[in-house]
Each structure stands twice: as structure tokens, then as C-alpha cells.
Design a binder for this molecule. Structure first.
Ligand SMILES: Nc1ncnc2c1ncn2[C@@H]1O[C@H](COP(=O)(O)OP(=O)(O)OP(=O)(O)O)[C@@H](O)[C@H]1O
Ligand SMILES: [Mg+2]
Length: 316
């Protein structure tokens, strides 16, 4: 059996007394799009830095394409790609020149570089813009060009660290189409994100909280297994007032509300029992004079699941 392109066992990174990555274990399949979801400071980038061989683990081990990043980073480099939120493109170079520059840095032959240039321009939908200065490309083009540069050497594993931060929703969608195009060609993708809609697009998602991997599965399975309650969605023209009333009731323990969270213009309340709590919520809000248009029992979103899982892992 072919071994997994990414294997992580008990990986831990401490900075002094502070544990940034805490005994994390997972593997990624070939051609899989694996997501890493976690709040700021959860340890996502630190994990990637160890997988790239830039940072030595305090304990535990990793294997990328059979290489140990801690000791074989140089040999591994030709086979992995990396793109971060703060990707570096040269603004004074044209789109084509950027691809060329990265290709030469990776030691590609002229012939291979010409082939890759054409492929990347095609892939990133940059036809007709090859000779535009990068500074004059809009966000979405730049970002697709940056991905092209990160994979100019045809890596088998690609690490994308918040690659779509600050990019508009349509460009983000197009970017994800590119990610899946790569994966279909057998490239293994580890991608970190803050965006729930992007986490939904991953084949499997790991939830990271304070350096710990607190859940790992497909988005659908996470929704089935991680929720220890039901989600009631309160629709109201005054979400602030509803939040105040519900939070107070939760704090005072008047109703068993596991979670109260603002969700767009609505409020999501996680409860242990729908039959009992749905009328109880309606009565509570009515008593406080909060206008309510509907209370509906809904399927949990990945965000509901994420909040519930992280809170549970923190023992809240
Ligand atoms: N070199 C370092 N020395 C000390 N602490 C560090 C160092 N690098 C990272 N940290 C800390 O480790 C924790 C994890 O950081 P990391 O950058 O991995 O988080 P992240 O999940 O990538 O967050 P973000 O979503 O903000 O990018 C943070 O608290 C950070 O301050
Ligand atoms: Mg980070």
C-alpha cells in the first residue's frame, strides 16, 4: 500500500513554557484536500512551519513524502509547494516574469519552464494578461498567479496557509476550483482557513484549538458526531435584544442553553431538547418584549459544530 504523503505523529512545539502545537496526530491521503480550521493563534502556521522543515518540533515526528522535514528539508523542497497569506510576488515584474523567476529559482530547465509557463497562465486564467505588471493585476488574479508560482515545480504536496484571506467571495470560489483541479491531478493539499464556507469544501477538516486537534472528520460527519445538542434558530428584527435576554437566561441557569451565538442577523441557540425548549424560548423572549418572527429547529452549520467542539474541549 502506498503510504500517506503527510503523516504527523504526536507533533509538539513549545516556545519556552508555551505550547503552540500540542501532541497533534493526523495523516493526509494522496490527492486529498485537507483543511485545518482554527482561530488566531491556534497553531496552524506553526504546524506548517514544522512540516516545511523550518522549525524543529519539540517532540513527535512528521513525514512528508517519506522525508523527515526536521532532517531532510533540502531533499524534500523540490517536491513541496507553499503559499501563505502574505505571498510574495514581485510587483515590478509581469505575470509571466514572476512565473519565470520562481521557475528558475527552483532550477527548472528552460524547456520545462516554457511548458509550465503556458500551463500556469492557462490554469490561472491569465491569458491576455501575461505581460501585465503584477502591481496592476487585481486581487483574484494576483492570488491565482501566486498559487501558480508556488506550484511551478509541480510539487506533490502543497501547503496553503490562509491563501484566500482578504480576497472577494467570487475570487475565492475560483481559487477553490483551482485547488480541486490540483487535487484531481493527484496533488495533496493541506489548507488552513478562517472561513467556514471554505472548511465545508474540504474533504476532511481538522479543528485546531490552543494547539490541540479537537476533532477531525468530513464536514458531514463532524455535524453528525460533534453536536451534543440541537440548534434552534431564532429569527428576530432585534437580534441584540434577543442575545441579551438569552445570554442572561443562560448565565443565570434559568434554561439549559448550551450555546447562544449571533449568526448573521439571527441567533442560534443550542439546546438539549427541542420539544421542551422551543416553547420555553418563545415564552422567555415574549416575557422580555423581544419581537420574534420564528423559532426553527435547523441542521447545524459547520460553524455551530466548530463553536460547540472548541467550547467542549475547553471544558466550558
Ligand atoms: N517564534 C515564536 N516564539 C514564540 N511564540 C510563537 C512563535 N511563533 C508562534 N508563536 C505563538 O504560537 C501560537 C500559535 O501561532 P500560529 O502562528 O501557529 O497560529 P495560527 O493558528 O497560524 O494563527 P493565525 O490564524 O493568526 O495565523 C501563537 O500564540 C503565537 O504567538
Ligand atoms: Mg497562521
Amino acid at each position: 500500500m502506498e503510504s500517506h504523503p503527510i503523516i504527523v505523529e504526536d507533533l509538539t512545539k513549545k516556545f519556552g513554557d508555551f505550547t503552540a502545537v500540542d501532541h497533534v496526530s493526523f495523516y493526509v491521503n494522496r490527492g486529498e484536500v485537507y483543511g485545518w480550521l482554527g482561530p488566531n493563534g491556534a497553531g496552524k502556521t506553526t504546524t506548517i512551519r514544522m512540516l516545511l522543515g523550518l522549525l524543529r518540533p519539540t517532540s513527535g515526528r512528521a513525514e512528508v513524502l517519506g522525508f523527515d522535514p526536521a532532517t531532510q528539508a533540502k531533499a524534500m523542497q523540490a517536491h513541496v509547494g507553499y503559499m501563505s497569506q502574505l505571498f510574495t510576488l514581485y510587483n515590478d515584474l509581469t505575470a509571466r516574469e514572476n512565473i519565470r523567476f520562481y521557475g528558475l529559482a527552483y532550477g527548472l530547465s528552460r524547456r520545462k519552464l516554457r511548458r509550465r509557463e503556458a500551463q500556469i497562465i492557462e490554469m490561472a486564467d491569465l491569458k491576455g494578461r501575461e505581460n501585465v505588471l503584477t502591481r496592476n493585476l487585481s486581487g483574484g488574479w494576483k492570488q491565482r498567479l501566486a498559487l501558480g508560482c508556488a506550484i511551478v515545480h509541480e510539487p506533490q504536496v502543497v501547503f496553503l496557509d490562509e491563501p484566500t484571506a482578504g480576497v472577494d467571495p467570487i475570487s475565492r470560489r475560483e481559487f477553490w476550483e483551482l485547488i480541486y483541479l490540483m487535487a484531481q491531478q493527484g496533488v495533496t493539499v493541506l489548507v488552513t482557513t478562517h472561513y467556514m464556507d471554505e472548511a465545508e469544501l474540504c474533504q476532511r477538516v481538522g479543528f485546531l484549538s490552543h494547539g490541540k486537534l479537537v476533532a477531525l472528520d468530513t464536514p458531514a460527519r463532524l455535524k453528525e458526531t460533534q453536536m451534543r445538542g440541537h440548534v434552534l434558530e431564532v429569527s428576530t428584527p432585534d437580534a441584540d435584544a434577543a442575545m441579551r435576554t438569552l445570554k442572561t437566561a443562560q448565565r443565570e441557569g434559568r434554561l439549559p442553553l448550551q450555546e447562544v451565538a449571533l449568526y448573521g442577523s439571527q441567533v442560534h441557540v443550542v439546546v438539549p431538547d427541542v420539544a421542551e425548549l422551543k416553547p420555553a424560548l418563545a415564552a422567555l423572549l415574549a416575557a422580555d418584549g423581544v419581537p420574534v418572527t420564528a423559532i426553527s429547529w435547523i441542521a447545524p452549520s459547520l460553524e455551530d459544530v466548530f463553536i460547540a467542539t472548541v467550547k467542549h474541549s475547553e471544558g466550558v
